[in-house]
Design a binder for this molecule. Sequence first.
Ligand code: COA
Length: 161
Amino acid sequence: MIVRRVARGDAEAIVALLNPIIRAGGLTAMDQSFTADEQRAFIDGLPPGAIYLAAVEAGTIVGIQDVLPLPDGTGAISTFVRLDRHGRGIGRTLTRATLARARQQGYRRLVALVRADNPTALAFYQAVGFRVAEIEPAVPGREVRLVFPVTAGDSHALPRP
Ligand SMILES: CC(C)(COP(=O)(O)OP(=O)(O)OC[C@H]1O[C@@H](n2cnc3c(N)ncnc32)[C@H](O)[C@@H]1OP(=O)(O)O)[C@@H](O)C(=O)NCCC(=O)NCCS
């Protein structure tokens, strides 16, 4: 497996990975399938400082992870691994590469917003070093906010005891 930056030519492959996850339901806040054009527009419109990586196996994109910059050195991370390739370390490999870039680029913390009814994602982010910071009473359903302190000792990043 290699990890590389996403390019606009990856749009078709990304929607082929993403749309079955959206259609499966309950795994992401996204509820509408994407077209390749919409995905291309997303790639073209990535703001400075964004990170968007693809895990590629035998020429096929099997996972994607993005970090979108928020104020104050925070990045919002999302991870999607092909439904038929879960549990093989793809998400972990992507996260290692993303964290290295996030450090280089000066991010202070990464946050993941995960549906409270998505135990796989909650377990995944905690397994790769995120900690639950808060549970948001969002409607519909609750979202759990997990934080990874990119900067050691970043007190803002850690959940309060
Ligand atoms: C969450 C997701 C990205 C994890 O990717 P993955 O490649 O399957 O995860 P990995 O194989 O790298 O797992 C890393 C660790 O996470 C934990 N983990 C992953 N899946 C798990 C599961 N189903 N149950 C419990 N722990 C799990 C394990 O600790 C695992 O380490 P281990 O294999 O050494 O035990 C993937 O399940 C996915 O794409 N889900 C659908 C989309 C989604 O929910 N995204 C998150 C919202 S942004």
